[in-house]
Design a protein around this ligand. Structure first.
Ligand SMILES: NC(=O)c1ccc[n+]([C@@H]2O[C@H](COP(=O)([O-])OP(=O)(O)OC[C@H]3O[C@@H](n4cnc5c(N)ncnc54)[C@H](OP(=O)(O)O)[C@@H]3O)[C@@H](O)[C@H]2O)c1
Length: 311
């Protein structure tokens, strides 16, 4: 497709997500015509990497220069920014205007002020943790992008996801908050699990870098095993083997440390028990493990038992 037949794309916000999407769309052949941000410097740093892309400190200039405007600002600024934008007829373009945000949690309805001015609105949420580095450009391929839009805009956003070599996904209306909250478990909460391990290993004298050097290959291998075998059969550790004694001793040790270490371990072990039960042959001791976990949880979730955590 020639560039002139593709919609012009603009970005308001030039942070971690925009830095990847703007470059990726440009590499896929889409004309990325304008970037604005809170600070003109951020906008310029991104626009300078893209041919024929203008930088601005003024969001309205992006609306005037693009057919599809991606609002890539923090969620708390989506509604207020949408309110300030003005949309009028654009006789110079064959494409109709659209305003799209990239949040997984915020409703598309935040863009209603634009819809009231005759503009199509939508959501384009890549299921990816953007670090703001160039490596994101390669790593995003194979991810999913959750699209919420109607009619022609839905087709356009689907084509944009495919151009990034991503899979388009859709969620039922009203499901956005749960969808996004749950997705944390595959991104930031995975980091929180690592942080818990690092905190506990620090009591054994490990520095964070050394701990991560040891842990990250194990995490990467776990992801590959889950891909190959599915979650129940990828499960390893004492629950998968039916080692009640190990679970009991680890719970007792963590309860002794105080804070919420035993509660976190207990709640995640509950989920491990759920996975083990989904196996064709769950361990024979699964009920005994479950009892040990529930007894520990009833102690550790008692607020009176909570003390200081290992940081
Ligand atoms: N990061 C992720 O992993 C990820 C993944 C999926 C979806 N998202 C969504 O993508 C959106 C952007 O997130 P992000 O992580 O890229 O955020 P970010 O790195 O914090 O970047 C936000 C950008 O918005 C700019 N900005 C802030 N307030 C503004 C305003 N009022 N007007 C214009 N520009 C403004 C900032 O400006 P300056 O640089 O000039 O200070 C910055 O460039 C959010 O809706 C988020 O939910 C993020």
């Amino acid at each position: 497709m020639s560039q002139s037949s593709l919609p012009r794309i603009g970005f308001i916000g030039a942070g971690r997500l925009a830095r990847c999407l703007a470059l990726a769309f440009a590499r896929a052949g889409y004309p990325v015509t304008a970037v604005a941000s809170r600070s003109a410097d951020s906008a310029r740093r991104l626009a300078d990497q893209i041919e024929h892309c203008a930088a601005s400190g003024n969001a309205q200039q992006v609306v005037d220069a693009a057919d599809i405007v991606f609002l890539a600002v923090p969620d708390d600024s989506i509604g207020t920014t949408a309110h300030t934008l003005r949309f009028g007829p654009d006789n110079a373009s064959r494409h109709s205007k659209a305003l799209v945000h990239c949040s997984g949690a915020s409703p598309v309805e935040l863009l209603a002020p634009a819809r009231d001015k005759g503009v199509s609105i939508g959501g384009f949420h890549p299921l990816y943790l953007f670090g703001g580095e160039l490596a994101d450009l390669e790593r995003i391929a194979g991810c999913s992008v959750t699209i919420e839009a109607d009619g022609a805009l839905k087709d356009t956003l689907t084509a944009l996801a495919v151009a990034l070599r991503c899979h388009p996904l859709s969620i039922p209306p009203g499901g956005r908050m749960l969808y996004h909250g749950a997705a944390h478990y595959a991104a930031s909460f995975a980091l929180c699990s690592l942080a818990e391990c690092v905190a506990l290993w620090r009591t054994l004298g490990f520095a964070e870098d050394d701990a991560l050097r040891a842990l990250l290959p194990m995490l990467a291998g776990t992801i590959e095993t889950a891909r190959d075998k599915g979650l129940p059969n990828a499960l390893a550790g004492p629950v998968s083997r039916g080692d009640t004694g190990v679970v009991q001793k680890q719970l007792a040790l963590l309860e002794g440390l105080g804070g919420d270490h035993a509660a976190l371990y207990g709640l995640l072990t509950r989920r491990a028990i759920g996975l083990a039960r989904r196996r064709a042959n769950p361990p024979a001791t699964i009920e005994a493990i479950s009892e040990a976990v529930e007894e520990s949880l009833s102690r550790s979730l008692n607020p009176a038992a909570a003390g200081a955590s290992v940081k």
